[in-house]
Design a protein around this ligand. Structure first.
Ligand SMILES: Nc1ncnc2c1ncn2[C@@H]1O[C@H](COP(=O)(O)OP(=O)(O)OP(=O)(O)O)[C@@H](O)[C@H]1O
Length: 244
């Protein structure tokens, strides 16, 4: 399969009195995992919101292959192959795990039979088969996060944007998640953009990292390059840490 790119070009986002993103550019190719990191409030979620059409751009554009996404509605962007998860999992509490995933497949236009088949397959991939009949509201935090990922995948995206998928997970849950996520691009050629504060997870999972601070790109590259970058050390540890 030929490579497709999700490209963020020169994107700025403004809220009243605040430039949350300032001329940020990055890309994610199908089949790769890119990490989006930065201190609290640096603009990471805003960048995902910009890509998925939840906030307006003040400058720049976002494209998927030859298609311009910026200006389209969140639903139109999702239909073109970009899915996301949220910091707080959004599940239907009174539906079972299976139904939660089926509904997401139906929303993409799958028939009942296909939705049921693809939900079963996704629950297997995400290690959720034993939870299929449990209600959304009864799940542990970690299981909710995995159901949310299954729901996002039910739309058969080409790109998946995950906002802190490991937040609140214990070490064992994080390790399970890491293996699941690492397999996704290999199996289906999916491109993944992942925000997380768990640097161990990010460094092990991602081939490239993009670092934001106060809405600006301060570094990008592989883990070794980013970890030793003076601007990154300063952003995380404060001024004076660079030469400490
Ligand atoms: N809808 C909004 N209206 C006004 N300001 C906002 C809005 N959304 C985000 N912001 C502000 O934009 C800046 C970037 O926020 P954002 O949530 O993108 O950061 P983040 O890097 O994802 O942070 P965290 O790691 O804490 O989740 C922050 O100063 C935040 O308060």
């Amino acid at each position: 399969m030929s490579e497709t790119r999700l490209v963020v070009n020169d994107v700025s986002v403004e809220f009243t009195g605040l430039r949350a993103l300032d001329q940020v550019s990055l890309f994610v190719a199908t089949g790769e995992i890119v990490g989006l990191i930065g201190p609290n409030g640096s603009g990471k979620t805003t960048l995902i919101n910009a890509i998925t059409g939840q906030v307006k751009l003040a400058t720049g554009q976002i494209t998927l292959g030859d298609t311009t996404l910026s200006g389209l509605s969140p639903r139109e962007i999702a239909l073109r192959g970009v899915s996301r998860s949220f910091q707080i999992a959004r599940l239907f509490n009174t539906m079972t795990v299976m139904e939660n995933v089926e509904v997401a497949a139906l929303a993409k236009g799958a028939s009942r039979a296909v939705a049921s088949q693809s939900a079963k397959m996704l629950l297997g991939e995400l290690g959720l088969t034993v939870k299929a009949d449990e209600l959304g509201e009864s799940l542990s935090y970690g299981d909710k996060r995995r159901v949310e990922i299954a729901r996002a995948l039910a739309a058969e995206p080409r790109f998946l944007l995950l906002d802190e998928p490991a937040a609140g997970m214990n070490d064992a849950e994080t390790e399970t998640l890491l293996h699941i996520l690492a397999e996704l691009p290999k199996k289906s050629g999916l491109g993944l953009l992942i925000i997380d504060h768990d640097m161990g997870l990010i460094m092990r999972l991602c081939s490239r990292l993009h670092v934001l601070a106060s809405g600006h790109t301060i570094a990008e590259g592989d883990a070794a390059h980013v970890r030793s970058h003076p601007a990154v050390i300063e952003a995380y540890l404060g001024k004076g840490a660079v030469n400490a």
